[in-house]
Ligand binder design. Structure first.
Ligand SMILES: [Zn+2]
Length: 321
C-alpha cells in the first residue's frame, strides 16, 4: 500500500500527514492519517470523523478507537482519519472559513477552492485505497440525533454494514447529496455507512460508546478484527430498529419549547409530544405527532421560531431481507 510517497508494508503502522492547505501565514495545514496493517492480508476499512469540523462526537469515536488500540487489525488494514476537516475543526465550525462545505465538495478538484483541494487529496490519496468506509457525523447545534446509521439502498453491502453496525436505529436514505463523500463512494461501489449521533460542539459519552461499538462490529463482520465475548453478548440483547420514512415536526408558533417525550422513544399518531409556551404565559400550544414512529432527533434549544424543526420521527419498517 502506498499513500503519498510512503510505502506501508503488511504488519506495519504509520502516521501520515496529508497536506491540506497553505495558509497566508505560510503555515501548512496537514490532515493526520493513521494507518495500521496486519501481517495477514484482508480488506481495508476507512474510519473517518470531522468532515464537518464541529461534529466532535465522530472525532472522539475515532480518537478512542486509536487510543484504546482497537484500530489495530488482525487481518487487512485500518485507516483512521479522526479529523478530516482540520481547518474547520480549528474554529470548531462546520464549514471552511469561506463558507464551503467539504461534504459538498467531493470528489474535489486540484485547482478548485480550498475545500475542493482537500476533497481531491482525500479522494486521490485515500479513497483509491479503501474497500469499506464508516463516516461519522452528528446533528446540528440544536438538533440532537439519536444514534443512527444511514445507508443507501443502492448496494446490498451497504445494508450489510448497516445491520452489523447495530446502532439503535438504521435508516434507509437513498439519494446521497451531490458532492458528498457518500455519493463518490456509491459511484465507485465502495460500501459506506454514515453514523449520526448527538449534536455538534458536544461530546456525548453514550453516543461515543455506541459509535465505537458499531465500528468494532463492522470490523468483526469484515474479518478485520474479532469482537470480544462482551460484544457478542451485547449483540444478542440489542437489535437495531429499521426505519424507511420520516417526518419532521416543525413549530407552528414562536415561543419556549417544552418537549414531553424522550429522544429515541416510540410515539403514537396524535400523541402529545410537547408544548410551545409564550414566555409571558400568554399561551400554551400543543405539539402532537403526525405519525406513529420513533423520535430520532430532538431540538434541544429552549426557544424556537415558527418553522423550526422540533422532532424528527422515523417510521418503523420491516428489516430488509
Ligand atoms: Zn456532518
Amino acid at each position: 500500500m502506498k499513500i503519498l510517497t510512503e510505502e506501508i508494508k503488511c504488519g506495519k503502522s504509520t502516521f501520515i500527514k496529508l497536506k491540506a492547505a497553505s495558509l497566508y501565514t505560510r503555515t501548512e495545514i496537514e490532515i493526520p492519517v493513521i494507518v495500521e496493517r496486519a501481517k495477514l492480508d484482508g480488506p481495508t476499512l476507512l474510519v473517518l470523523g470531522g468532515i464537518h469540523g464541529d461534529e466532535v462526537n465522530g472525532i472522539e469515536i475515532v480518537r478512542r478507537l486509536i487510543f484504546d488500540k482497537q484500530a489495530k487489525p488482525h487481518r487487512g488494514t485500518i485507516i483512521c482519519i479522526p479529523v478530516v476537516n482540520v481547518m474547520a475543526f480549528l474554529n470548531l465550525e462546520r464549514k471552511f472559513a469561506d463558507g464551503r462545505d467539504l461534504n459538498r465538495s467531493f470528489p474535489g478538484n486540484k485547482k478548485g477552492s480550498l475545500a475542493a483541494q482537500v476533497a481531491n487529496s482525500i479522494t486521490q490519496e485515500i479513497i483509491q485505497q479503501v474497500d469499506y468506509v464508516v463516516d461519522l457525523h452528528t446533528g446540528g447545534a440544536a438538533k440532537f440525533n439519536f444514534p443512527q446509521i444511514r445507508y443507501d439502498g443502492e448496494h446490498p453491502e451497504n445494508l450489510m454494514l448497516a445491520k452489523k453496525f447495530n446502532a439503535p436505529f438504521t435508516f434507509l436514505q437513498n439519494k446521497a447529496p451531490v458532492g458528498s463523500l457518500r455519493k463518490v463512494l456509491n459511484t465507485r461501489k465502495i460500501p459506506v455507512v454514515i453514523f449520526e449521533g448527538g449534536r455538534s460542539r458536544e461530546i456525548d459519552e453514550d453516543v461515543v460508546k455506541i459509535g465505537v461499538r458499531g465500528v468494532l462490529n463492522v470490523m468483526d463482520h469484515l474479518g478485520i478484527r474479532q469482537r470480544t465475548k462482551e460484544f457478542k453478548e451485547h449483540e444478542e440483547k440489542t437489535k437495531t430498529v429499521f426505519l424507511s420514512n420520516s417526518k419532521w415536526v416543525r413549530a407552528k408558533y414562536s415561543g419556549m419549547f417544552q418537549p414531553l417525550v424522550k429522544n429515541g422513544s416510540e410515539v403514537q399518531k396524535n400523541q402529545l409530544l410537547g408544548y410551545i409556551n409564550g414566555p409571558f404565559a400568554q399561551f400554551q400550544k400543543k405539539v402532537t405527532s403526525p405519525i406513529t414512529g420513533h423520535i430520532i432527533c430532538l431540538n434541544r434549544i429552549p426557544v424556537v421560531y415558527k418553522g423550526d424543526a422540533l422532532f424528527h420521527i422515523g417510521k418503523v419498517s420491516e428489516p430488509p431481507a
